[in-house]
Write a protein that binds this ligand. Structure first.
Ligand SMILES: *Cc1c(COP(=O)(O)O)cnc(C)c1O
Length: 466
């Protein structure tokens, strides 16, 4: 069966899975989604009970890929992707009270859930490039977490060079070390004398430079890449199966920034998984929670919080949900996104808003409540939560229906990635796992650069294979 991908704004070409992975954003500015999603039957979900993580990942991911990638090749890519995880269960569940569980998604190489998608995406892109006899340059800007996951995914891949820009002196020590201590020849860290927004502006300018973009076959691995969503659907199935699916339903609370992770949960439901509540957990950057409560999606500037990976102004993947809520009306989405840019807000139609409320619950959590949740969880269980996971737990406990299904909170980062916040809240300094104990003393390689797009362009021109 061929699976066709269409843009949420209705006027970009229809593409295959492989081309969607390389394209990232559609040419009309939209995001790609599959034209059709085929549900799993109860019997098919039942049969997943006996699968290990890699087998389950193959079964779920295959739903979205046509025959262009051979099954044995895909199996190989998936097996390699999850081999580097430091827990035999890959994504273990830890019970923390009578009805709540934390799904630990931080046993990958960089200790955050982004490894689940990035480890897969890096290998997948390398394979697709191989088939096309192409090379590519990956460029990205990071405020900390995404950069290290992307570097870990691309290091040593023969068809790719990766350049990650971070704001000099504005990422944590652990985050910087995780990026700059990767010494492979194809990995290039650039510390920009500026802010995260400056870094992002440079990346955008390079993508907008058509000649440069073509010359280096520029590729993005950001959160709108469809292959990242697909890889994230797997652990919704995996954890629900562990708690008795398909016979029993579960609920999820998901710490949310760009709406990628929770959109994967929504896709799991569309694939037939029995999910009671899908709870959007935000910090004080609460555009999604406000939208669910009022029907208006309105931008308010970014507030720094204890959970920095969720400090966003708008949630880029929300556009994918809107496309569904508006019955695949690309023109309507295009008009809304234009309006959002000029007016800084849009109001959903009554039908779309009602549909949104039928699929999701939402809750915003303050820094105070985040700290309290870390402290209480430590005192009652001995477990340290990172601030993002704590936002998820606080929101889940507030919003879950008391008589409902068990609550699974997505544990998106290891506490040792955010040691200051965790120690301030609990009194205990979280320790890095054994394989990263020497991280802070590892040798680093990083290029300092002025906040100047032409300097970055020259640097890439001088270094790249593509
Ligand atoms: C990226 C990130 C999130 C938010 O995920 P989205 O897919 O952007 O919603 C939450 N927690 C951590 C630790 C992250 O790195």
């Amino acid at each position: 069966m061929t699976i066709r991908y269409i843009s949420t704004r209705g006027s970009a070409p229809v593409l295959s899975f492989e081309d969607v992975v390389l394209a990232g954003l559609a040419t009309d500015g939209g995001l790609y989604i599959p034209e059709h999603v085929q549900e799993f039957s109860m019997a098919e979900i039942d049969a997943m009970q006996s699968m290990n993580y890699a087998e389950l990942a193959f079964t779920v991911i295959s739903r979205f890929i046509d025959t262009s990638i051979k099954p044995d090749v895909l199996q190989g890519i998936i097996a390699e992707s999850y081999k580097s995880f430091r827990h035999a269960a890959v994504a273990p569940l830890k019970q923390i009270d009578g009805h709540s569980f934390v799904l630990e998604l931080f046993h990958g190489p960089t200790l955050a859930f982004k490894d689940f998608a990035m480890q897969f995406l890096g290998r997948l892109i390398d394979h697709i490039l191989d088939k096309k006899s192409q090379k590519a340059v990956v460029i990205g800007a990071t405020s900390g977490d995404t950069g290290s996951a992307a570097i870990a995914a691309c290091q040593g891949r023969k068809n790719m060079d990766i350049y990650i820009l971070h704001p000099k002196g504005r990422v944590s020590e652990v985050q910087r070390k995780q990026m700059t201590s990767v010494l492979d020849n194809n990995v290039h860290n650039i510390a920009i004398d500026g802010t995260f927004d400056d870094c992002q502006d440079i990346v955008k300018a390079l993508f907008a430079d058509a000649e440069f973009r073509k010359k280096h076959n520029l590729t993005a691995v950001n959160s709108i890449n469809w292959a990242r969503i697909v890889a994230q659907i797997v652990y919704y199935f995996y954890s629900a199966l562990a708690l008795g699916a398909p016979a029993k339903n579960v609920s999820f609370a998901v710490p949310t920034g760009n709406f990628g992770d929770i959109y994967a949960g929504y896709m799991a439901r569309r694939l037939g998984l029995g999910i009671d509540q899908l709870i959007i957990a935000t910090n004080s950057n609460d555009i999604l929670a406000r939208c669910l409560a009022t029907g208006t999606y309105s931008m308010e500037g970014v507030k720094p919080t204890l959970s920095p990976s969720m400090d966003i102004q708008i949630s880029s993947n929300f556009e994918r949900l809107l496309f569904d809520l508006y019955d695949f009306d690309g023109k309507a989405i295009n008009d809304m996104m234009t309006k959002l840019r000029t007016d800084k807000k849009i109001t959903l139609s009554t039908l779309a808003w009602n549909r949104f409320k039928a699929e999701f619950s939402a809750c915003a959590v303050t820094d105070e409540e985040t700290k309290r949740t870390i402290a209480t969880t430590f005192n009652t269980t001995g477990e340290l939560l990172d601030p993002h996971t704590a936002v998820g737990l606080a929101a889940g406990q507030r919003v879950r229906k008391k008589t409902g299904a068990p609550l699974i909170v997505l544990g998106t980062a290891h506490p040792a990635k955010f040691p200051d916040a965790v120690k301030a809240a609990s009194g205990v300094a979280p320790e890095l796992p054994p394989h990263l104990k020497d991280l802070m003393s590892r040798k680093e390689r990083c290029e300092d650069m002025a906040n100047d797009v032409s300097k970055v362009r020259e640097f890439i021109n001088a270094k790249s294979v593509a």
